[in-house]
Design a protein around this ligand. Structure first.
Ligand code: AMP
Length: 179
């Protein structure tokens, strides 16, 4: 069974969550399977590094980006730092506000985590419209890092998030795509 087949049968579709008309991709069953987690991290690392060479850190997006993000960073023995929703990070932060379908959202980064010119992989569980990953990319750049690329467990092709984030890096890796 390929990794894509395993992910297809493990990721749970929850209709009308969190609101009517949204098909939510519940990735939590993945974390019940230690071998599958390992396989996802290995797959992302291999594909990503094939495209980009060396990276210095992983930027993991709150909160579902933390799970596989830390596994990737740990396997590569490099630092991980989080990007979180406004008000969650305790020390000095910079913030970036972006538009959602209705209203806006703000993400924050600690100001002491990126060394000049670090090559950073931005990781989240899922790429939908790309607004969240784009905000993380803006924060990484604001702090003097280079966006080495993006990685996701899953990507919803029909929302074209790839188009929104490709100006930051063309290195966009997803373990599974849904069309
Ligand atoms: P976006 O900014 O539109 O790319 O949305 C990405 C963020 O929203 C990720 O952190 C996902 O966890 C979450 N998300 C958006 N749409 C879905 C979906 N259909 N299923 C699961 N998570 C989603």
């Amino acid at each position: 069974m390929t990794l894509k087949d395993k992910l297809e049968s493990t990721i749970r579709n929850v209709p009308d969550f969190p609101k009517p008309g949204i098909q939510f991709k519940d990735i939590t069953p993945i974390f019940m399977d230690a071998k599958l987690c390992d396989e996802i991290a290995e797959n992302i690392i291999n594909t990503f590094l094939h495209n980009h060479g060396k990276i210095d850190a992983v930027c993991a997006i709150e909160s579902r980006g933390f799970f596989i993000g830390i596994l990737i960073a740990n396997k590569l023995q490099i630092p991980l730092f989080p990007v979180r929703k406004a008000g969650k990070l305790p020390a000095k932060t910079k913030s970036y506000t972006y538009e959602l379908e209705y209203g806006s959202a703000t993400l924050e980064i600690h100001t002491d985590v990126i060394k000049p010119n670090w090559n950073v992989m931005i990781h989240d569980d899922l790429l939908a419209t790309g607004g969240t990953a784009m905000a993380a990319a803006e924060l990484v750049k604001m702090e003097g890092g280079n966006v080495a690329g993006f990685s996701f467990i899953a990507e919803l092709d029909f929302l074209n998030g790839r188009e929104k984030i490709s100006p930051y890096s063309k290195n966009i890796v997803s373990a599974i795509n849904f069309s």
